[in-house]
Ligand binder design. Structure first.
Ligand code: ZN
Length: 267
């Protein structure tokens, strides 16, 4: 299967799915999200695949959702249309990564921002390069209630998640390692081999046993209210798309909001 926005490669029992819109810093278009879900579905159904790596081609893992496309196609969505779109492509696709029946590893370098960060954090493990940085700045830039899937407190701790979301500031690779949000930090040149080596090691385990381990680990989070909290946040996020604050950002341009934030202007 050939994809326009992804590259899929096999290394024995490891399937690596790379976001491949380098010129757009791997911004996630609708097509990319649909293709990623399709590629994951194929990997889930292929018994010869035991571990999946989600990576990004080029200097950055992903800059997040494609805001130019969002402005052009979805700025005037009704509540019903936005709910349908985001519940399927953001919430639904993310939970499918979380529930993926095999171990997943995010391989991250450079920017891992907003919608890109959301996807990396749905993976079981993260290996990152020492130039990686993670942020969810959309409270500041778009006046949105974070991204659609509030995974962060579950993988970085409540205190750090609050700091990151209130300030909109980046978490660098070493800090991500220190707080336990990523598993390993390696030099940029060693990122691919280090991630593949970890994936190959995991792939040696009997797959059904691994699948059960993953189910139980994820149920540990479910027992603490993981799914209920994520579902509640999705609804809250939808409310933030209707606020006067968000409407003001939308009228000034969603994609331009990032530039305004860099210049220190408020959203
Ligand atoms: Zn949204």
């Amino acid at each position: 299967m050939d994809y326009a926005t992804l590259a899929v490669e096999r290394f024995d029992a490891v399937c690596r799915i790379s976001l491949a819109r380098e010129s757009a810093r791997n911004a996630q278009s609708q097509q990319m999200l649909d293709e990623l879900d399709h590629a994951l579905d194929a990997a889930a159904g292929d018994a010869s695949v035991r571990v999946v790596v989600i990576a990004g081609r080029g200097a950055h893992f992903s800059a997040g959702h494609d805001l130019k496309e969002a402005q052009a196609r979805r700025a005037d969505f009704t509540v019903e249309q936005r709910w349908e779109y985001e519940s399927r492509r953001y919430y639904g696709y993310c939970l499918r990564i979380w529930d993926f029946p095999k171990p997943t590893i995010a391989q991250v370098q450079g920017a891992c921002v907003a919608g890109g960060f959301m996807i990396a954090n749905m993976c079981d493990l993260i290996v990152c390069a020492d130039d990686a940085y993670f942020s969810d700045p959309v409270g500041h830039t778009l006046a949105a209630a974070a991204t659609e899937v509030l995974i962060h407190p579950w993988v970085m701790g409540l205190r750090k998640a609050k700091e990151m979301l209130y300030t909109g500031e980046k978490v660098d690779a070493q800090e991500a390692l220190r707080i336990g949000m990523v598993n390993r930090v390696v030099p940029v040149a060693g990122l691919e081999p280090a991630t593949l080596a970890l994936a190959q090691r995991i792939a040696q385990a009997p797959p059904f046993g691994l699948r059960l381990i993953k189910r139980s680990l994820n149920r540990t989070a479910d027992a603490q209210g993981f799914r209920t909290a994520l579902a509640a946040h999705f609804d809250t996020h939808q409310l933030s798309h209707l606020s006067e604050e968000f409407q003001a950002v939308r009228e000034r341009g969603l994609a331009q909001a990032i530039q305004r934030n860099k210049k220190g202007e408020t959203a």
